[in-house]
Design a protein around this ligand. Structure first.
Ligand SMILES: [Zn+2]
Length: 501
């Protein structure tokens, strides 16, 4: 039996999880449960239902272990995972630490603000420890999985296959439509920026390209260049659109610069719909402050598109994690994709994966998912004065390799106004190289909605029974009709997962 009585060792709880079991977690802090749920989810270990009647590997959670572990201690000690026959034990304090990283708890506690009202990157625990370049919590989940597989003995070993169609990782290309009207103004601002950085050759190229583009709508061309790089490779991208009426002040602040119903924007939207792109909301500055703004902007986009908007990302990444997410949730959004860094590339939540958002104020997870991005075109340009698009793309491809290594998802941001005629010589070829480099590694390519839907339903696959012939019967409890599959630890395809009847 997979019951808990045989394993109630002193100080250890038995978790009904990866062909493994749940303890009474009622006395746990919420963040400990959140940490446990996230590690199990990222590991792809297959949890068993209560009625599963066969010995399985058990995950035990211990009160012993380090009192207040640091991230570096966890890395040095293999996350304090303890292995014995059929049981993997992890300290509760380590679960709290992992939950705190994925839940951005330190950022939520910080009262710091940068000049855009954002939490400064220094308030992020991974930045403080110099660990933001690696998806360390995704890696911890793999260590948990390895430990569970290593102690399994003759017990059944099954994982849930990571992505649709046998793909081993995923990639999402996303675009923020910051600029449509007023492009000469933005191009002028960019020229000043280049001149200030003493990038005179680049400024000269940009000026020549800009002058050559007068009357030829470089923003439209920039959008088309992006779509041409993507469409030939069947990349379904996700576009974030500002949905507020611009004012002189909002234009000068670089906030809202276009009217979403304008002819130029409608033309862009038509071609995006033709290419089966997902359209989501780019929350303007006011959404970071005023309560009603998310609902108003979402409804405006719903009307414009004739469909329900599911995703959101904040313009300039203006948000207070948790707090702003709660307001996004209240406005009906299903996912956010704001949690990357503005001034560097890397993993702000320590994961290359989709996760529920933690709300520290309520000590509970919100019913909204985060699809954190790890790479943005201008992170190196704007804040580190690296102006060669080839260097940006080198880092994007490097991070994609790290996402692939943990079978996670790479989410990248490319602005269509990063285009030669609007101040970025060499950008079009660089984007082309980024897309082809990622596609060559055969990820599952999806819109953010598709990726979020897949991950939330994968999270709910459970083993129900073990048949006499050794096959595992599993069901997805979500009913979203996704074709999940089980596999063995070597990645060999095993049983299909049934949808709930
Ligand atoms: Zn933006």
């Amino acid at each position: 039996m997979a019951g808990s009585s045989e394993d109630n060792r002193k100080g250890a709880y038995i978790v009904r999880r990866p062909m493994i079991q749940l303890p009474d977690t009622t006395k746990w802090a919420g963040i400990e449960r959140f940490g446990l749920d996230r590690l199990v989810d990222f590991s792809r270990l297959l949890p068993v239902n209560p009625q599963f009647d066969h010995p399985v590997v058990k995950l035990a959670v211990s009160d012993r272990g380090p009192v207040a572990p640091e991230l570096r201690d966890c890395l040095a000690h293999g996350w304090y995972l303890d292995r014995s026959d059929g049981v993997v034990t992890i300290p509760r304090t380590v679960l709290a630490l992992a939950g705190g990283v994925v839940g951005a708890v330190a950022e939520q506690r910080s009262s710091g603000r940068d000049r855009h009202g954002r939490v400064p990157p220094s308030a992020n625990v991974l930045v403080a420890a110099g660990l933001e370049k690696e998806p360390i919590i995704s890696q911890a989940a793999l260590a948990l999985r390895d430990a569970a597989c290593a102690v399994a003995g003759r017990r059944p070993r099954r994982l849930v296959a990571p992505w649709p169609g046998g793909r081993r990782w995923a990639a999402a290309f996303t675009h923020d439509l910051d600029l449509v009207a007023w492009w000469p103004l933005a191009a002028g601002v960019r020229l000043v920026e280049l001149a200030r950085k003493r990038e005179f050759a680049r400024a000269g190229q940009a000026l020549a390209a800009g002058l050559g583009s007068i009357g030829r709508d470089p923003v439209w061309r920039g959008v088309q260049a992006v779509l041409q790089s993507e469409a030939g490779r069947e990349v379904p991208s996700t576009w974030f659109l500002l949905c507020e009426t611009p004012t002189l002040a909002s234009i000068l602040a670089g906030d809202v610069t276009y009217r979403p119903e304008s002819r130029a924007v409608r033309r862009i939207l038509r071609v995006l719909v033709d290419y089966r792109c997902e359209i989501a909301l780019h929350g303007s500055f006011v959404t970071a402050e005023a309560d009603s703004a998310f609902g108003r902007q979402r409804q405006r986009l719903d009307r414009l598109m004739g469909s329900e908007t599911r995703g959101v990302r904040q313009h300039f990444l203006r948000m207070r994690p948790g707090l702003t997410h709660a307001r996004m949730r209240a406005a009906g959004f299903r996912y956010d994709s704001t949690l990357g860094f503005s001034d560097r590339n890397g993993f702000r939540l320590g994961v290359a994966d989709v996760t529920p958002v933690w709300n520290a104020a309520d000590d509970a997870a919100l019913e909204i998912e985060e699809g954190p991005f790890c790479w943005m075109d201008r992170a190196l340009s704007k804040y580190q004065a690296i102006e060669d698009p080839r260097a940006w793309v080198d880092e994007g491809l490097d991070l994609a390799g790290r996402c692939r290594a943990v079978e996670g998802v790479w989410v990248g941001v490319w602005h269509p106004n990063v285009y030669p005629a609007t101040g970025f010589p060499g950008s079009t070829g660089a984007f082309e190289r980024l897309v082809s480099g990622i596609v060559a590694e055969e990820p599952f390519l999806g819109s953010l909605s598709e990726i979020v839907d897949w991950r939330t339903s994968r999270r709910r696959v459970r083993a129900q029974a073990l048949a006499a012939d050794g096959t595992v019967q599993a069901v997805s409890e979500s009913g979203e009709g996704q074709a999940h599959r089980l596999e063995d630890p070597s990645g060999r395809a095993c049983e299909p997962v049934r949808s709930p009847s």
